[in-house]
Every structure is written in C-alpha cells, then in structure tokens.
Design a protein around this ligand. Structure first.
Ligand code: SF4
Length: 718
C-alpha cells in the first residue's frame, strides 16, 4: 500500500493522519487527516512521528546479554526466543509460575493488550501482570466506576466541548499535551463560553482561561469540596436531578459544610472570591463540563479527588445531560483500551473483574481453559516493580512491553535497582530505552506505521491503526513475538499473530462485559470514523453518549461518594521546604524514549529543567540557567534553572521525560492511592541548592549534553 489512513502513535487524542512512502528512499510523509477527534489538527509530535521509522536509534535485530556484565550482542530470533524460554522454564521450575512477571503499556493496541493479558494468564500462568496505566488513568477510572458504574474517560464526544457554556479543566495542560484539542476550547470561547483552569502554574492552557485557580499542589480535593459547599449555600444544587438520578447526596452534604470558602482558601491558596466565581460560571450556564486530568489525579488521594469533582458535577446536575457532564482526559495513546482488555492486575477482557466467578467462566470458555487455571489478582505496577529480584520474595523474571519504567516510575532509582537484581529481564521495544539498556534480552518491535490494529481514544471511540509497510530487517510485531514465545513455551496457538483475528477473539471475550466490543469489526471500523463502545453485537451502531437515560449502576442512579480532604503524604517542612510538581512539555511524550530521538523535538526540548519563581530563586541565590540540585527523600536530580513568574513561589516544576541526572522521577514519592494504587507523582517535598563552581553557561551546556542519552546499539556493543 502506498498510503495508509491511520492515527498518530502518541497521545489519546489519536489525531488522524495519512502516511505515504516518501520520494527519498525509506522515508515516510505525514499529512493531517480529519478524523473524529482532531478534525485535521496535528501537533509537532505528530508531524515528526515518521522520523523514528528510519532513525539510526532503531533496533533491527534481537540483542542478548549472554552473561551479566557482558554487553548486549546481536542475536537471531531463534537464539533470543530459546534463551528466554529456557530461562523462564528454569525459573518457574525452581520457584513457581508467579516468579515471572509482565509489564504492559497504555500505548499498546487493544489486540496487544488483550494478547499480553492472555499470554500472562494462559501461557505463563502468572498473576503478576500490570501496566503503566496505573501511573496515568487509574484514579479517574476507579472514581468513575464508583460514581457511574462504568469508566469511559469522556462519556461523550470531544466535540461537545465546543458547545459548552463553561468548561473547567482540573489539572490539564492541553495546550502542551494535546494542542489540537485547543480548537474545541477556541470554538467554545467564540461561542461565548467560559474556561476555568486549575493548575499551580500559569501554563499555556491557563493563559487562555477566563479564570485560573493557581492552586497549591496536592489540594485539589479541598477545592472541589469547597466548591460543592458554595453550590449548596448559594442555591445552585439541581434538586430535581439529585432526587431523580442520584443517590447518596445526604452523606456528602454534612462533610462539605465544613469546607467554607475561607478555610478552603487557607488550604488551597485559591481566593474565596475565585472559588465563588468558578461555581457561578459552572452553575449559571445551560451546559457545563468538568474535566480532570493528571494534575488532579496523580495523588495518593487521587480517587477521592476525582470523586469530589464528580460530586460537584452531580450536584450541579451535569452527568448524563446532553452537552454537560464529567469526563477525564486520558493521556496515553491507548490509555482507554489498554485498561479494558486484561493487562491490568485485577481485570479480564471487557473490563471484567478477575475475582468474579462468572467473568472467569466466560473468559475461560473463550480461551479454552479451565477457569480454575486462570490466576487471581496480582499486585499493582509499582508494588510489582518494588517486589522484583534480589533477596525479595517477588518475581525473578520480568517481561516488559511498551513501557520505560526506569524513567517513568516513581522513586525511579529504586525501581532501576530492582530491575538490576532480576535473574532475567526481557524488554520488547523499538529503541534501546533506559529500561531496555538494562535487559538480558531486547526484542525489536514494529512501529505503528508497520502494523495493523485498533486503539480506543479518549472518547471511547475504537479506531483503526493501519499498516503502511512491513517492518525493516528482523523486526517483528509484539503479537508475533508473543505467539513465538507461546510456541516455545508449549502453548502453540494460544496467541494469534494476526491482529484482525485477535480483535475478533477480544470481541468474544468482551461480550457481555462493561466494555463490550463484540459488535465491532475491522470492516465496520474501516467504513466509519470509529465506533464508540459499548457495542454489544453485530449491527449495533455504538454508543457515543453514555448515561442519557440511566447510569451503569444496578439501580441506574449515579452515586455521590463521601470523601474528606487530607494533606499530601509528604508535606513541606524545614528540611524539604519546597513543593515539587512534575509534568510534560509540548515537544516530548511520556518517558521520551521515542520523542527524544527525533531531531526537531530534541532541538525544541533538549533536556530537563527546574522551573522556579524569582522569589524562590533569590532565596537560594539561583540565577536563570544555573544548575540546580533538587533533593527529595528518594534522591537527587540536577538540571538548569528556568526562573519565571508563572509558577507559585513555594513550588518548583520539573518535566519527567528524561533519564540520567535530570530524571524527575528520581525524586517523586511512590506513596499509593489506597484504591487505584496510583503513585503521588504530582507533589512531594524537596530542597534546592545551586550547584557551586559552575557558571550559567557551563551548567546549561552540561545539562543539554547529558539530556539526550545516545544509547545506540553500537555503544551498547562497545
Ligand atoms: Fe495529536 Fe497527540 Fe499526536 Fe499531537 S501527540 S498529533 S495531539 S495524537
């Protein structure tokens, strides 16, 4: 095929694009393609995405480290798969089947996520599988399930945003994370709508807001409780909606009555007048949307924080009303589908729970196994990683697909050490990421332009990924790798390497589940602009808007969930007197394994930095460009200062896309939410020091040179 209509490989907006073989040998041209979510927009990451297809950083052959301490060496697939299978069998024989663990990713296609979950349960017989969506979406997912009985990030099409009278973004910087999304906010603004942004920084998104609530990191929960207090006191509660469509309001009301605006102002730093204005803007329009993202969710109280925003939305009568509602902005490309089909520790395909006997029986029948052989619930991603290797009781082998936790996990130095203590680490990736560089075996995988499959975008719209051309050299798709491994492990046929057949099997496994894909076919997707799940059975048109008549709870009512504010797990003190919050920049994506290797993106965002207010900089004698040493109770990171008035004077910000000295996640706190097991990425306590003896120029040059690790295959061999 000389042209493929597909979608961007990166974030959950999944912008449509055409790929075509370029005039120069091997190159691929990207052009925008109007699709349901982007209407023709692409950001710089999407425009440059094809560069990685021909990058010199690309892995094209399996690599094996035959003995510890040796370099990785090129190997054949036969050698690599035999090495893995032999060692897995040996370890499972010496210990038990749970000694092998699997980590997946929210960027994997639905087919891969499904196959990975089946591979872990049917081929490896291990309970130890989880994925990096724990670090992304899990808090909003848990809160959505509690309130609505169902978790779909946006339960309405993204185009509804343009029609809303007021949009409130809590912890979302869409101008940098998914720029084409701004067209909906621009249209909303042109329609006379209002935008409220909750963020500790004056981000590009906050600059466009009518009202920016510049909150203290870790206090979003108090803000949401306070806003509900104001809604009650000022008569904005939609009493008919609360009576007819919800339950539990009476349990929430007495809690929020103690969150009066002045108290909330002391906790959050948001003036009482702004709190009142925000509630008024939401309540006095016909259509309003409250949307949360990682800023509000990545906390050890992330589920309760989202529940508090959902409570506010319910009190105002928004969810399930046309053009109004609550939603969560998914981050990773397949963050939605990736959590629906069985790579999560507690779930089976179709968003079924693994401890539900009926769910186990249904999925076992599709898989052709005895339900009793399907392992039970395993630990969450961070808990799993923290139990690996060494003298611990946890798994001694780990297979990693589509994630780079050495950069993206909290307390990353500790995680890196756990990985080093494994008896066997296998990483499937397209480049030698920081995690792959530690592996005993590295398996080169196909990129998005070289494979077919489906993704589920932030709206719950299932869309087609289409192959332009085959992968180069010895590269295989993840499905082919899993099928080959299953064969070596005596389970030939358990994993189908064909994406369309795997999707059909996924559909059968999901039938009757919450996320029911059983009516969706590749032919239907190819003839449409995607299909919104649930789509239960052939001929069903899909479900763009959820909850219009009833919620997915047993009684059809949405549930208010009583929650209380609590401080960040690690508040500032005399030893660590400054808050650290982390996030993304426009030109990089997640752990940066892909985008750091694209020249234009590296030039635009070459390395980590420490953003701090002039008052804070003056207190520590730091000038713009100076190297700053940031220390938390987990470790130290060093990066050049960016002094700016756009951040609170008690807070520093670091982007988390880089490894090495500037790795922000060396600092972050692995305290977990009790329900979602989401780590507290968004707030911890740090202290600052200017690195002595270096001029601004030296510091900037060193950070720039160190930021882009040149992990080429040649260097590894050397
Ligand atoms: Fe669209 Fe996200 Fe890709 Fe940018 S990174 S082009 S916003 S899908």
């Amino acid at each position: 095929m000389s042209r493929a209509a597909t979608h961007c490989p990166y974030c959950a907006l999944q912008c449509g694009m055409y790929l075509a073989n370029g005039a120069a040998s091997g190159t691929v041209q990207v052009t925008p393609r109007p699709a349901g979510s982007n209407r023709g927009g692409l950001c710089q990451k999407g425009w440059t995405s094809a560069e990685l297809l021909t990058s010199t950083h690309r892995l094209t052959t399996p690599l094996i480290r035959w003995r510890r301490g040796d370099p990785l060496e090129p190997a054949s697939w036969d050698e690599a798969l035999s090495f893995i299978a032999t060692n897995l069998r040996r370890l499972q024989g010496d210990h038990d089947t749970d000694t092998v663990a699997v980590l997946g990713g929210g960027g994997l296609t639905n087919e891969k996520a499904y196959a990975l979950g089946k591979f872990a349960r049917v081929v490896l017989r291990t309970k130890n599988i989880d994925y990096n969506g724990r670090f992304c979406m899990s808090s909003a997912a848990a809160a959505g399930n509690k309130a609505f009985g169902l978790d779909r990030g946006l339960p309405f099409p993204v185009s509804d945003i343009a029609e809303a009278g007021t949009v409130m973004l809590a912890g979302a910087n869409v101008a940098e994370t998914m720029p084409p999304f701004l067209q909906y906010l621009s249209a909303q603004n042109e329609n006379g709508g209002h935008l409220i942004v909750v963020d500790p920084r004056v981000t590009e998104t906050a600059r466009q807001a009518d009202l920016h609530l510049q909150i203290t990191p870790g206090t979003d929960l108090a803000l949401a409780l306070g806003m509900l207090h104001i809604a009650i006191m000022e008569g904005y509660v939609d009493r008919a909606y609360v009576a007819n469509r919800t339950s539990g309001f009476d349990a929430v009301r007495p809690i929020v009555m103690s969150y009066w605006p002045e108290r909330v102002e002391r906790v959050t730093g948001v003036p009482a007048s702004q709190q009142r204005e925000a509630v008024r803007l939401l309540a006095e329009v016909d259509r309003a949307l409250i949307l949360t993202a990682r800023g509000a969710e990545q906390h050890a109280k992330g589920v309760d924080t989202v529940s508090a925003f959902v409570n506010l939305a319910l009190a105002l009568g928004l969810p399930g009303m046309p053009g109004s509602g609550y939603g969560c902005l998914t981050g990773q490309g397949n963050g939605q589908g990736g959590r629906e089909h069985g790579q999560k520790a507690d779930q089976l395909p179709g968003y079924r729970m693994i401890d539900d006997p009926a769910a186990r029986a249904h999925v076992a029948a599709v898989w052709g196994v005895d339900p009793t052989t399907i392992p039970g619930k395993g630990p969450s991603a961070f808990e799993l990683m923290d139990s690996l290797g060494g003298d611990q009781d946890g798994p001694r082998a780990l297979l990693v697909f589509g994630t780079n936790p050495v950069v993206s996990a909290p307390a990353a130095a500790r995680v890196e050490q756990r990985f080093r203590e494994l008896d066997l680490l296998v990483v499937a990736d397209l480049v030698l990421s920081e995690t792959a560089a530690l592996a005993d075996v590295v398996l080169p995988t196909a990129q998005w332009a070289e494979e077919d499959g489906t993704m589920t975008n932030l709206e719950g719209r299932v869309i087609r990924r289409r192959r332009l051309r085959p992968p180069p050299g010895e590269v295989r798709t993840d499905l082919e790798i899993l099928a080959g491994l299953a064969d070596r492990l005596g389970c030939g046929g358990a994993i189908n390497p064909d994406p369309e057949r795997t999707f059909a099997e996924l559909g059968r496994a999901s039938a009757g589940g919450v996320a029911d894909y059983s009516g969706i076919t590749y032919a239907q997707l190819d003839a449409s602009d995607g299909v919104f799940w649930p789509c239960p059975g052939p001929g069903h048109p899909g479900t763009p808007r959820l909850f219009l008549d009833r919620f997915a709870t047993p009684d059809g009512r949405a549930r208010f969930v009583p929650v209380e504010h609590r401080a960040a797990v690690e508040d500032i003190d005399a030893d660590y007197p400054v808050y650290l919050t982390t996030g993304r920049v426009l030109a990089q994506y997640q752990s940066g394994a892909q985008t750091r290797r694209i020249d234009a993106l590296h030039t635009a965002a070459p390395g980590a930095f420490v953003e701090l207010h002039p008052d804070l900089a003056e207190r520590y004698g730091i000038a713009d460009g100076d190297d700053v040493r940031v220390t938390s109770r987990r470790g130290t990171a060093t990066a050049p200062a960016r002094v700016t008035e756009t951040i609170r004077a008690d807070t520093v910000f670091m982007p988390f896309h880089w490894g090495g000295a500037g790795r922000a996640n060396t600092l972050t706190n692995p305290a977990l939410d009790p329900t979602s097991r989401m780590p507290e990425f968004k707030v911890c306590a740090v202290r600052l020091e200017r690195v002595a003896g270096r001029t601004q120029r030296e510091a900037g040059a060193a950070a720039d040179a160190g930021a882009f690790e040149k992990l080429t295959t040649a260097e590894v061999h050397g």
